[in-house]
Design a binder for this molecule. Structure first.
Ligand SMILES: [Zn+2]
Length: 236
């Protein structure tokens, strides 16, 4: 009899514990984490001496966003989905490559001249953007690592690597995927419309990342921008 009465009490305790966790502790933690990880400050991926200024970077002559790309090496004709960057300030082969904003390393792919690091960012309106850094060596970033603009994630190819892969790769390819990271889109985007649907103009997202907006995750969930449990997963 005594034992039987203890079971409902135990269930009640467990249930109220779950309710407190789901509706009090978890929301408080989400609010704290969102404030901490939203990508507010953006900085150039190369140390130009003026990292807050996108125009301190050099975009190579044929390396603009949406430029036509002729077939090269194993690549077919496609639209250039990012920008090819160089740096006149202390830059050059082997220079460090930084994350542009707070975020979590989403993917690291070591593949010769196509070696790539991708970072996932949460904007103040609940939008997700992925930045990719391609033609890099000496990758330091690890998948799952939280980074910020002070974090060196890799370096540009050094002189030996450029000798091996070709001077064509003497730049950092930088791009910003909208909402989803699909690596193949980098080489199979064939029209400007497709490119604009899949990628941000890097200069645009650098200058328009909603820094001034107060992140309101409850609104994101209500508006269906991010489902609740996906948001939780993004913040861990
Ligand atoms: Zn490029």
């Amino acid at each position: 009899m005594k034992f039987a009465r203890k079971i409902p009490l135990f269930l009640l305790g467990a249930l109220s514990g779950l309710v407190v966790f789901r509706y009090v502790l978890l929301p408080a933690w989400i609010t704290h984490r969102v404030q901490k990880v939203v990508a507010r400050e953006w900085r150039t991926p190369l140390d130009t001496g003026k990292r807050a200024d996108w125009d301190s970077l050099i975009v190579t002559r044929r390396g603009g966003f949406l430029a036509d790309r002729t077939a090269y090496a194993h690549l077919r004709v496609h639209i250039h989905t990012g920008v090819d960057l160089q740096n006149r300030h202390r830059g050059g082969p082997g220079e460090p490559v930084y994350a542009v904003a707070k975020g979590k390393v989403h993917d690291v792919r070591i593949q010769a001249q196509g070696t790539r690091v991708t970072v996932r960012h949460l904007l103040a309106n609940g939008e997700i953007v992925y930045t990719s850094y391609i033609h890099v060596g000496g990758v330091r970033a690890r998948k799952g690592q939280w980074v910020d603009p002070a974090t060196v994630i890799a370096r540009r190819f050094d002189r030996d690597e450029l000798k091996k892969y070709g001077q064509f790769y003497n730049h950092l390819h930088f791009q910003a995927h909208k909402a989803r990271f699909v690596p193949e889109h980098t080489i199979n985007t064939n029209t400007r419309e497709e490119a604009k649907a899949r990628f941000y103009d890097p200069k645009f997202i650098f200058n328009n990342h909603l820094q001034e907006l107060e992140p309101d995750w409850r609104q994101w969930v209500r508006d269906g921008i991010i489902p609740f449990w996906r948001l939780v997963a993004l913040l861990v």
